[in-house]
Design a protein around this ligand. Structure first.
Ligand code: DX5
Ligand code: ZN
Length: 211
């Protein structure tokens, strides 16, 4: 269970992290958007660096940005632990995975719902994680796309059991059983947690649905 802070109260992010940590969460998902690769703008390295001072959680960054190679060092220095980038935004994905590893981070590859799984076949086995987008990247609170979620099965065939397969977008207690049945082991949820007044109960509801 990996909460995405995209739907959290951005004015009280450190407190929001503390609340999810109190529910036993170990990893939090940071959505980075540049207003170019996606039509929305969120947080950059300075915000991440400040959050790092307030939290021991593992930071799983999801770079929805053009030219990710230009920025991975800044995010690593800001204190993220995992860097996931989009295959659509990278000309040399294998090289970028090496760079991310050299920076001391784990690497993830992701792809948009309209991109075929084939696009990540070569780079996926080099990564620690593959992120299957189950909405179009850019905004929280969108409707879950079941046809995109079905790609988890193909991804699992490519990477085997040892690489994490994460799903992101529209994950809630209703959609969780389907993605788990497809083989996803890492569930990102934004609005289903931070859109609820009781974050801890919302996390528990998704955990229960995943069993
Ligand atoms: C969407 C982001 C997601 C987002 C998910 O572009 O990558 O991480 O926060 O939000 P929900 O869970 O509300 O669909
Ligand atoms: Zn995300």
């Amino acid at each position: 269970m990996v909460p995405s802070i995209l739907s959290a109260d951005f004015a009280t992010l450190a407190d929001e992290l503390a609340v999810v940590a109190s529910a036993g969460v170990k990893v939090v998902h940071l959505d980075v958007m540049d207003g170019h690769f996606v039509p929305n703008i969120t947080i950059g390295p300075p915000v991440v660096a400040k959050l790092r001072q307030h939290s021991d959680l593992v930071f799983d960054s999801h770079l929805m940005i053009s030219e990710p190679a230009r920025y991975v060092e800044a995010f690593a220095k800001a204190g993220v632990n995992n860097i996931t980038f989009h295959i659509e935004a990278s000309d040399e994905p294998e090289k970028l995975v090496d760079t991310i590893h050299d920076l001391g981070c784990t690497a993830g590859i992701t792809f948009n719902p309209e991109t075929p799984v084939e696009a990540i076949r070569k780079v996926a086995p080099l990564c620690e994680m593959v992120l299957v987008m189950t909405v179009h990247p850019g905004f929280g609170g969108q409707e879950f796309m079941p046809e995109a979620a079905a790609k988890v099965v193909q991804v699992r065939e490519i990477v085997g059991p040892d690489i994490r397969v994460e799903v992101d977008g529209g994950i809630d207690p209703e959609t969780t059983p389907l993605v788990v049945s497809y083989g996803a082991d890492t569930l990102v949820a934004g609005s289903a947690i931070f859109g609820e007044p009781d974050r801890v109960a919302a996390i528990e509801a998704i955990r229960k649905a995943s069993k």
